[in-house]
Design a protein around this ligand. Sequence first.
Ligand code: 13P
Length: 255
Amino acid sequence: MPTRKKFVAGNWKMNTTLTEAKTLGAAVAKGVGTDERVTTVVCPPFPWLTAVAEVLKGSSVAIGAQNVHFEKKGAFTGEVSPAMLIESGCTYAIIGHSERRHILGERESVINHKVHTALEEGLHVILCMGETLAERERNLQERVFQRQVFAACAGLTDEQFHRIVIAYEPVWAIGTGKVATPEQAQEAHKFVRLKLRQLYGDNIADATPIIYGGSVTPENTAGLMSQSDVDGALVGVASLKATSFLEIVKAAGAV
Ligand code: 13P
């Protein structure tokens, strides 16, 4: 059985003032310290990245962006490049979050382009995928996983794939309080890992962290993490309080 290190990321979305972001980042840094048992990442809004990177210094907490542009530079008003993120202290970028797919109309070809550029520029990618409620009701989730993951990852080299973390975030579970059961999460993650194995081989299938997101709380973390293919969590609301985020990190590390 391959052992994968647990991975917990907090997606702060469009929340926090600058002061709140620095306070939250500092509290997470203090709670995690230099403990490296769980890869821990916080993803603040773009304008706070450098300030949060500063308060994370000396801790093992990494920083990620919530989005990134698909070109390296140029006339793209309002966009942020991978190099800018790296210079702001980021190691990770979230790509393909359902809020960007569904609210901002981000297409799969754009997501694939973003994944390529982010990896070429040296970032690690937290790639989000997951079905809507309507798709689950019609039992289409596996088709959706296959399409979303393989559209996003088309054309990657093995070296690049080793910098991908897949986040399964069922749209019906995001911000709703309706967490997937550990069995539902396991079933989805197992399917995605099987497809990785068939298409990319054992190395990538065994090494790629597949994390779960959608109404993760300190109370439901241990149950989700006890599943063999659930390698961590992408946390929204519960990452906005240092105490609950740290409890999730701790619970993930204990499994
Ligand atoms: P919630 O934890 O608030 O449901 O958000 C999940 C999410 O979208 C993380 O990216």
